[in-house]
Design a protein around this ligand. Structure first.
Ligand SMILES: [Zn+2]
Length: 85
């Protein structure tokens, strides 16, 4: 198994979080997602942008990218993929 977000392979004792069937992410990526979610909820634009860049900078699988855009909808983010600022 490998992380759908960053591509890291699961180690023996490591626990991955299952976001959806066939979408599993490592602890680091999971933490990043929760931090991002918190930043959105706190309307902390600076942090949320930084965390978003981190998440998008990873070699994510297509399935994760699709999941992530649904996740953004769910936590109330407008999709910023076309953001050129
Ligand atoms: Zn990962």
């Amino acid at each position: 198994m490998k992380c759908s977000c960053c591509g890291k392979k699961k180690k023996l004792l490591e626990s991955f979080e299952e976001l959806e069937k066939d979408i599993n992410i490592c602890v680091d990526c999971s933490k990043g997602l929760y931090k991002y979610q918190d930043a959105i909820k706190e309307k902390n634009e600076e942090d949320s942008k930084k965390l978003l860049d981190e998440i998008k900078g990873k070699k994510s699988e297509k399935s994760f990218i699709e999941w992530f855009s649904k996740f953004q909808d769910r936590i109330g983010v407008q999709n910023t993929q076309c953001d050129s600022k």
